[in-house]
Design a protein around this ligand. Sequence first.
Ligand code: NPG
Length: 379
Amino acid sequence: MNALTLEAVELRRIRMPLVAPFETSFGIQTERDILLLKAITSAGEGWGECVATEEPTYSSEYVDGAQHALVHHLLPRLFISARLTAEDVAKVLRPVHGHHMAKAAIEMAVLDAQLRSAGESFARYFGAVRHEVDCGVSVGIHRTIPDLLQTVGDYLDQGYRRIKLKIKPGWDLEPVRAVRERFGDVPLQVDANTAYSVSDAEHLAELDAFDLLLIEQPLPEEQVLAHAELAKVVRTPICLDESITSAQGAADAIQLGACQVVNIKPGRVGGYLEARRIHDLCASNHIPVWMGGMLETGLGRAGNVAMAAMPNFTLPGDTSASDRYYHRDITEPFVLSEGRLRVPTGPGLGVTVDLEFLEQVTFATETARPEPGRVRATR
Ligand code: NPG
């Protein structure tokens, strides 16, 4: 790939109201405060989206922290590289520990610039094997079972190909039983976002009766070994999300028997390139993967849909249509057709930002540039 020089990065914060509140075991979201990056490079511009949440309740990362890390610790390291490719970004940023979501956002923006200038799509770059991807939908915790059944029924009417129910202690067997009874053998899975402990193993084993595709991240993220213990008691396949933050971590978890399925979120693992390594590793270990979601705008959604077209993404992802979360998106919307989304084929992310609407939803911008007089290193 042709190297480029990173000339400046515009950091933009946008506020996007959600079409409906989204409740998980770690809180209720009614809007998203999202950090977008525009990389201005010698090869043209590229967009990145940071998936960090407003509060550090999904993981330790949060959007203000990601912005701080980018401006003070990550971008200065990239600005001094005279010749940069997306494939170099993680290496240059390795001295900074953690901050995967911040790192992923800038790697995505550099990759977008690089691929746009080369006229190549994300899908082609990743080795996509499908023109469209099967979509599932993530259904938040509801106040009542009738409310939940209404929501699930609406999504099935729209064509979604699998349902994921958010669960937590006190909201697990009953909603799963109710959805099974009402909607028969629809592909169904649950996501606990770390809300249980290994002493709940017998209780979680009661979910086995409902023939679920998987139980996602029942235990806290550090408890990889405990997931392996749980897997001996529960027949339903265990899928890890929060626990998998790198390809090495995925390899270890697989070897321990802690997961039979992996949720891939590029932001959580430091970027699309590490996500691709996890995809490949899982494929060679016969571990199916699926694409997670972090309520992305059309930018993040475009990258995720492209990656979800890789061969080992054999389960429907949380790659819902744009209108699952937003009345209006900042790019052309992703629209469900027979439960699938089309993979973008244009250069880079293959979507166009609606700059006028972007301005309307922006509440802060900041531009980071190389320090004047700083010599660029040609490593
Ligand atoms: O469809 O984009 C989507 C969201 C899918 O449930 C979903 N995401 O725990 O996986 C999760 C959850 C999440 C959303 C986590 C936002 C953190 C932030």
